[in-house]
Design a binder for this molecule. Structure first.
Ligand code: G16
Length: 542
């Protein structure tokens, strides 16, 4: 029976860079989940009788919220609800299903790369009919609705058995529980030449994929080991766990250290890759070489034509502002447009929908294409595998040839995590206050050419988004960007993005931290990082 429940609003249901992310105990407060889901439905428009996709990355609390979401979706009048078996869907797979089934949208339960467990993180995100994260205007409307909500609609229907595929009728809606992997794996077979990848693997091309005890395990097993016949054991940590085995499912040099160490040693395979909690991020490592995400984006764009889906070329390339400009150089050579957007995959949606960009990427280990409207970890790995298979070259050779052609954008991101929020805000305010007077001054012996706070004008819907990160650009072309993360759940995370260009005929084999040493010094001089945060060193360097 459908029933209306009285509630009072919470004042903190403001979606961040990617949905609402909080600690599990916070989400477990009475009405907290229901309020937010109702706010999504109320803000999202006319969905009566339409299809909703529901799934998540399998983290702790996923199963309970899937049942709540099913009950509420049915009670609110959705006609059809498509759920990944056991409540599982990787974020790119959910994006694909929304598009494939012509759904009104999807609710994706994930806190991405953040840790999981009873005291750890949880998240709820709404994706719209194009398969992409809800744009700013929708997330704003959700927040406004959540801030004034007085009731939500649910039902007394019992929990459904979501551990078997099948079709159920509940609360006036049809619920389809489907295999979470098949549609996605089939899509990958359409984009890439699996036959040719299989023969390259049979000839000896090897891969190690670390699923980090997160959602991509079953996807990677199916695609790499079952369909491409990579040797059993190529996929590591493939059993999704509610707490990700106690680790951060964050594919970077700190949290995917085991894979990194393997790839730097005698046990290295031709390609090493990892993805995150919900399967949208990727980390790429070759034998003895880590490729940072900004370079990976540029190299994928330069070589994408080797895969059937991109044989006819790219329409454009887009990157988030803090991502290095390496991809811009490729776009210039290819004679296609390059776009610079704020951090957040949602900003790529319009460009992809309008056919302006084919490949997008971010420094935060995200790359994807117009096949879905989310970044896609396994897609990036398959494109790299294709490049290795088609060229017969090592990843190191490909990277060095790339830098010899385009030059190298030495790049690193320094994260200061769980910083006192007030201290972080003071740092940003102080920086903002002196933006106008920085040009012409020196830091670490380098002259500042320009400093601003990045604003983005969307060429498709004409909206402007301001305050997206403070950029300090030096006369020698180097750059430091300061931004506060929009995905953390404890205090503030200060991100400092560092970039220095080394021309095509320069030295491309420096340790990035050494190559950027002067810029690191300049960043502290300009922003007073240690003075404000009390931290002499970042917590995570990628
Ligand atoms: C999300 C967004 C990305 C963004 C990243 C980091 O990724 O989808 O677009 O680059 O967060 O954001 P921030 O710097 O604000 O923490 P994910 O993988 O967490 O969904």
């Amino acid at each position: 029976m459908t029933r209306t429940v009285s509630t009072t609003p919470f004042d903190d249901q403001k979606p961040g860079t990617s949905g609402l992310r909080k600690k599990v105990p916070h989400f477990r407060q009475e009405h907290y989940v229901e309020n937010f889901i109702q706010a999504i439905f109320d803000a999202a428009g006319d969905y009566k009788g339409k299809t909703l996709v529901i799934g998540g990355d399998g983290r702790f609390y996923n199963r309970e919220v899937v049942q709540i979401a099913i009950r509420m979706a049915a009670a609110n009048g959705f006609g059809r609800i498509v759920v990944g078996r056991s409540g599982i869907l990787s974020t790119p797979a959910a994006s694909h299903l929304i598009r494939k089934y012509g759904a009104f949208g999807g609710i994706i339960l994930s806190a991405s790369h953040n840790p999981g467990g009873p005291e750890e993180d949880f998240g709820i995100k709404f994706n719209t009919a194009n398969g992409g994260p809800a744009p700013e205007r929708v997330t704003k409307a959700i927040y406004e609705r959540a801030s004034t909500i007085t009731e939500y609609t649910t039902s007394d229907e019992a929990d459904l058995d979501i551990d078997i595929n099948g079709t159920f009728e509940t609360g006036g809606a049809t619920v389809e529980v489907i295999d979470p992997v098949t549609d996605y794996a089939d899509l990958m077979e359409e984009l890439f030449d699996f036959e040719s990848l299989r023969s390259a693997i049979a000839r000896g091309l090897t891969i190690t994929f670390d699923a980090m005890c997160a959602v991509t395990g079953p996807y990677a097993k199916e695609i790499f080991e079952k369909r491409l016949l990579a040797s059993p054991g190529s996929v590591l940590n493939f059993m999704p766990m509610e707490d990700f085995g106690g680790h951060h499912p964050d594919p970077n040099l700190v949290h995917a250290r085991m894979l990194y160490d393997q790839m730097m040693g005698d046990e290295a395979t031709d390609l090493g890759a990892a993805s995150d909690g919900d399967g949208d991020r990727n980390m790429i490592i070759g034998r003895g070489i880590f490729v940072n995400p900004s370079d990976s984006l540029a190299m994928l764009a330069a070589n994408a034509h080797l895969a059937p889906a991109y044989r006819n070329g790219l329409k454009g390339v887009a990157r988030s502002m803090p991502t290095s400009a390496a991809a811009d150089r490729v776009a210039e050579k290819l004679g296609i447009d390059a776009y610079e957007t704020p951090t957040g995959w949602k900003f790529f949606g319009n460009l992809l929908d309008a056919g302006r960009a084919t490949i997008c990427g971010e420094e935060s280990f995200g790359t994807g294409s117009d096949h879905v409207r989310e970044k896609d970890g396994i897609w990036a790995v398959l494109l790299w595998l294709t490049i290795l298979a088609e060229t017969g070259k090592s990843l190191s050779d490909i990277a060095h040839a790339h830098w010899a052609e385009y030059g190298r954008n030495y790049y690193s991101r320094h994260d200061y995590e769980a910083v006192d929020t007030e201290a972080a805000n003071r740092l940003v305010e102080e920086l903002q206050g002196k933006l106008g007077s920085l040009a012409g001054t020196e830091a670490a012996g380098m002259t500042i050419a320009k400093a601003d706070n990045f604003a983005y004008h969307d060429p498709i819907d004409d909206t402007t988004t301001e305050n997206q990160g403070i950029r300090v650009i030096f006369e020698n072309g180097s750059r430091v960007v300061f931004r506060l993360s929009g995905t953390g759940t404890a205090g503030a995370t200060l991100r400092v993005y560092l970039e220095r260009f080394e021309p095509a005929d320069g030295d491309h084999d420096l340790d990035p931290q050494a190559a950027l040493a002067n810029l690191i010094k300049a960043a502290d001089e300009i922003a007073g990082i240690e003075r404000h945060t009390g931290r002499a060193e970042p917590d995570v360097i990628t």
